[in-house]
Design a binder for this molecule. Structure first.
Ligand code: MOS
Length: 731
């Protein structure tokens, strides 16, 4: 262990919970079986706007095994519903009245002694409605679009300066509805002990966030609510908040006075847990004949629900991605009769960079210039939006590393000029960026006298490998073999950690683990140097090393377990909170990525196959190389889905999804995924946090769909500006 964490070479350890996950030993929220368990099934509205005029639950109540049916007619008093209008702590105030805001909105939860009986009884609930006119087509709702509360248009220099530039691109780009569709369905198991103690096994990306939501909903002290989420089968953003179905499950458990388990059906994952909002974007770019950007204008309008304002950073990257004096952005949202959208896989930035990076590609062809060269020429050396230096930025290195790997220089830049095996061949590039955030987080560390270490934090792992990264940090810092370190997460009783979102877990929780290891090393040093005849009497903390599970100084060394035994201590432990400092304010902190893709396009059918991917990332120090590589591959897979196959289709007359299943909503499958090569710049950021990381989850996908669209243009000469790039649009 060097004195600086970032000097360490990180071990390439495998996912610590991989075995549990692939053998079925890992227990997901809906897999807990407890005494007195009952099963809930959501009955969804069949209209998307209006009111319930009558609700007939009599037949369902008489069905075998039914224990109760929660509706707005029998909802118990909910503290979090008092004094607020349509929305409460968990979004829509579910079951608080007869109003309908979207198709599939829960109108009842049927609880029975078995799942099958609950499902059958749910089919017997009959509702009549007073329907109101609905039209979920964004194009018919644009006049209602406005800036979200508290968000202002952005501009520096001259507004719409691109219009007077010698070379202009002005195009419209569309990102359709994308639905998260993780493997694990939304699920909640709620257990009440009396009226004021609630335990929830919950599919969530943040146990602490869920704990506070349930506490606010039922007017309980947070310590009276325990949320457990040990394993999560993917999230992609859908479990970043507590949704009405989950609130409804806890209310139903209160009503029937039994524990209730509720798992959504796949079709309900389309309506109940958010989605990437349909977004229309207009991008204007103006440049000199030599390719210097003179103006960037980026307008975006996305949808939100009629009861909440969801906003994301769709236009934000356009303000700083390139050096340009004149930039203006406008962001609007328009309410339609769907549930509230939410962050999904790289959220707004993925949507926004699709437009920006396609427009840059279009500009490069107008300039007759290499699209990579155009990007390098307009590279922003400082953050032009905040006028601050970057904490670190190795984007140019990303361009170089990736272009060498994919053989960029060997391509014929002329569109529709390359062929292989009867296919049109295209190469495309897209760059991405995402904020490097660091939330406060806490960790507890316990060093046992058998030499093993336990780390604890209320963090989550929706797939990236949180525990693996944390164990890797502790392993290099303490010089302990990873097999002797355990990391516990996913329980709100553990020390505070932020929600797993915005690519912030390693920065936040990893820093807490780092600080906890530092603190325990000091403690061990103190203990080691305080024994009689200690070989460490004359040592100073900076002169000793920590490796092979012990402390060494000038040839003398003593194992940690010996130190504890000498002091008759069964264990040493401590908890620590870690957070950012004022120094960070002086810098602009972002991760950067560049995606290169090679596509084959069938000249007759227009089918696009991604043949090769090179993903390069500057996300600071790489903590856990193997799981980080998997994370980058995951981003590319999501990017292929976003680019080529994923699209939620809604019948706007009813506001209802017509492809709410995996047969009709196409997520990429193995056969769609080529060789994906990942390259890490792997240079520690000196500012962001003590371990030098910048976050990777989102930036792995941001800019990817543009790379595919640009490759399709290079292959075919056809520019597709509305995702996904399906064969009908290519031919
Ligand atoms: Mo991520 S879209 O913040 O789960």
């Amino acid at each position: 262990m060097g004195n600086k964490f970032s000097d360490n070479v990180m071990a390439n350890i495998s996912r610590v919970d991989g075995r549990a996950k692939v053998t079925g030993a890992a227990k997901y929220s809906a897999e807990y079986d407890i005494e007195g368990l009952t099963y809930g099934v959501v009955v969804g509205s069949t209209i998307s706007k209006g009111t319930i005029s009558s609700l007939d639950t009599k037949k369902a109540e008489k069905a075998d095994g039914v224990l109760g049916i929660l509706t707005y007619l029998n909802v118990p008093k909910i503290a979090g519903y008092e004094g607020v209008s349509e929305t409460g702590p968990a979004g829509l105030k579910i079951f608080s009245n007869n109003k309908i805001f979207f198709d599939g909105q829960p109108i009842a939860i049927v609880v029975a002694d078995t799942y099958e009986r609950a499902l059958y009884a749910a089919s017997l609930v009959k509702a009549s409605y007073v329907k109101e006119h609905t039209d979920t087509d964004i194009n018919h709702n644009l006049e209602k679009a406005e800036a979200p509360k508290g968000r202002k248009d952005y501009s520096r220099g001259t507004v719409d300066a691109y219009k007077t530039a010698p070379v202009i691109v002005e195009e419209e780009y569309i990102v359709p509805y994308n639905v998260h569709n993780p493997m694990e369905l939304g699920s909640t198991l709620a257990i009440w002990e009396g009226d004021d103690k609630l335990t929830v096994y919950d599919k969530t990306q943040g146990v602490k966030g869920s704990q506070h939501t349930y506490a606010a909903l039922f007017g309980l002290k947070p310590e009276n609510v325990r949320v457990i989420s040990t394993y999560v089968g993917g999230g992609f953003g859908m479990a970043l908040r507590t949704w009405p179905y989950a609130a409804g499950t806890a209310i139903a458990a209160k009503l029937v006075k039994r524990p209730v388990k509720l798992m959504l059906a796949r079709s309900q994952m389309f309506t109940q847990v958010g989605y990437r909002p349909y977004t229309i974007q207009k991008v204007g770019l103006g440049a000199t004949k030599e390719g210097k950007l003179l103006g960037i204008t980026h307008h975006a309008t996305g949808v939100t629900s009629t009861y909440e304002q969801f906003t994301e950073g769709t236009v934000n990257a356009s303000r700083f991605m390139y050096a340009c004096e004149n930039v203006n952005t406008v962001y609007k949202i328009t309410p339609i009769n769907l549930g509230t959208p939410t962050w999904m896989r790289g959220p707004g930035e993925a949507t926004g960079t699709y437009a920006l990076e396609c427009a840059m590609d279009e500009l490069s062809y107008k300039l007759n210039m290499d699209p990579l060269q155009l990007r390098v020429l307009n590279h922003s050396d400082i953050d032009p939006e905040q006028n601050k230096p970057w904490s670190s930025k190795h984007l140019k290195e990303c361009y170089t590393l990736g272009s060498e790997k994919i053989g960029w220089s060997k391509r014929n830049p002329k569109p529709r000029s390359m062929r292989e095996n009867g296919y049109l061949v295209g190469y495309g590039v897209g760059s991405g960026t995402f904020g490097a955030y660091r939330s406060p987080a806490s960790a507890r560390i316990v060093l046992h006298n058998d030499g093993t270490v336990l780390l604890q934090s209320a963090a989550s792992d929706i797939g990236p490998g949180t525990g693996t990264a944390m164990i890797n940090i502790a392993s290099v810092m303490l010089g302990i073999d990873p097999v002797n370190i355990r990391f516990e997460l996913g329980d709100s009783n553990l020390p505070n950690a932020p929600i797993q979102g915005g690519s912030g877990t390693v920065a936040a929780v990893g820093s807490a683990v780092h600080d906890a290891c530092e603190a325990i090393k000091s403690k061990l040093f103190e203990l080691a140097s305080s024994t009689e005849n200690s070989a460490f009497k004359n040592a100073t903390p900076d002169k000793v090393t920590y490796n092979n599970s012990g402390i060494s100084y000038q040839g003398a060394s003593v194992p940690y377990n010996e130190i504890l035994k000498q002091h008759q201590l069964p264990q040493v432990e401590l908890s620590i909170e870690s957070k950012g400092n004022a120094e960070m304010q002086k810098y602009s902190m972002y991760s950067f990525s560049v995606s290169f893709v090679k596509v084959y396009v069938h000249p007759l059918t227009g089918v696009v196959r991604v043949k090769q991917v090179v993903s390069v990332v500057d996300s600071g120090k790489i903590i856990s190389p193997k799981t980080a590589e998997s994370q980058m591959i995951g981003g590319a897979v999501g990017g292929i889905g976003m680019a080529l196959t994923e699209e939620g289709i809604i019948d706007h007359r009813t506001g209802r999804y017509v492809n709410n299943n995996f047969a009709d909503y196409h997520v990429p499958v193995h056969a769609d995924i080529p060789d994906i090569q990942v390259i890490f710049v792997d240079k520690p950021d000196p500012i962001t946090n003590p371990i030098g990381t910048k976050g990777m989850g989102e930036v792995s996908l941001i800019g990817f769909s543009a790379a595919v669209a640009n490759a399709v243009y290079h292959a075919t000469g056809k520019r597709v500006r509305d995702l996904p790039i399906t064969p009908d649009k290519v031919i």
